[in-house]
Design a binder for this molecule. Structure first.
Ligand SMILES: [Zn+2]
Length: 299
């Protein structure tokens, strides 16, 4: 099969799966301009990379399930945000350190308007330069970018790190068959809790998906937790951590992990990164009332 034919077959098979796995079936991914925001973490060179944006209507079917749109709107209003929609950026993180070029999640992919590769270029990195890809979980807005526009692995020289539990779950879903086939030779499953690369430790944050993890990235005394999809809306997920989110595979486990991790981040004052927090996605979790607020940081 020619490369063009293979790409077409891949697109036809994968786009529905990527959209279904994306953060919502009711959300339409919107294109964004490519952008790479640099910052330092100790001696590490870090970039927040833009990929796309989801715009979710406030109908209480995604956030605040079991509540009314009016209750959700009240939370948004209090934060000074529009009440009729929730904007969810889709971002990734790039870390250059000690001979490693490390990418944390890969966005939606070029088949669904993802501009991650162009953002990566702005950080001076080509896809072939990436040595390690760290996946928080297997939803389409995090793994879609593992497949290039030609249907082949987008980061051909990279090891793809994913928790063993998540990889097993991903493989068990028939809708993932095509993407699993493309990436299977690159995937190196791990048990959370250890160090996978210099300064990169894994933290089990199960609930959103069965094997969802976070990554603790540190250099000297500087530290940052990439918490993945522990929280989706910088407003609602933090103000109401125990509200049900349609995206969570196991909503009770998702709530428990969200509440415990947000409490821990608020107590430690540690820097955090969330792929769906407002770009560049870096900030602090601060206790406020019965919940928390997101304080963007410019590190
Ligand atoms: Zn996501």
């Amino acid at each position: 099969m020619t490369v063009a034919a293979r790409a077409w077959v891949f697109r036809a098979a994968v786009i529905p799966a990527v959209l279904a796995l994306s953060t919502s079936t009711s959300a339409a991914p919107a294109p964004v301009p490519p952008e790479a925001k640099p910052f330092a973490l100790g001696s590490m060179e870090v970039f927040a990379l833009r990929d796309a944006e989801n715009i979710v209507p406030n109908d209480a079917k995604t956030f605040g399930v079991g509540h009314t749109p009016g209750e959700v709107a009240a939370v948004l209003r209090k934060a000074g945000a529009p009440e009729n929609e929730i904007r969810l950026p889709i971002d990734a993180l790039l870390v250059k350190a000690r001979g490693h070029v490390m990418l944390f999640d890969t966005g939606l992919g070029p088949h669904v308007h993802g501009v991650l590769i162009a953002s990566l270029a702005k950080a001076g990195v080509r896809p072939v330069d990436v040595t390690d890809v760290f996946i928080t979980h297997s939803h389409g807005d995090h793994v879609g970018g593992l497949v290039g526009s030609d249907g082949a692995p987008a980061f051909p020289n990279a090891v793809v790190h994913m928790s063993a539990r998540e990889w097993d779950w991903m493989k068990s879903q028939p809708r993932n068959a095509d993407i699993v086939q493309v990436i299977s030779r690159q995937v190196k499953p791990f048990e959370p809790g250890g160090e996978l690369a210099p300064g990169v430790r894994t933290v089990a944050l199960y609930g959103h998906t069965p094997g969802h993890v976070g990554y603790q990235i540190s250099s000297g005394r500087a530290r940052l937790l990439d918490f993945g999809d522990l929280a989706h809306s910088s407003i609602i997920s933090l103000a109401k951590p125990d509200w049900t989110v349609e995206y969570d595979n196991d909503s009770e486990a998702g709530k428990a992990t969200r509440k415990a991790t947000l409490a821990q981040l608020a107590k430690s004052g540690e820097l955090a990164f969330g792929p769906h927090m407002p770009f560049p996605g870096v900030g602090h979790v601060v206790a406020w009332g019965e919940g928390y607020v997101w304080k963007p940081a410019s590190p």
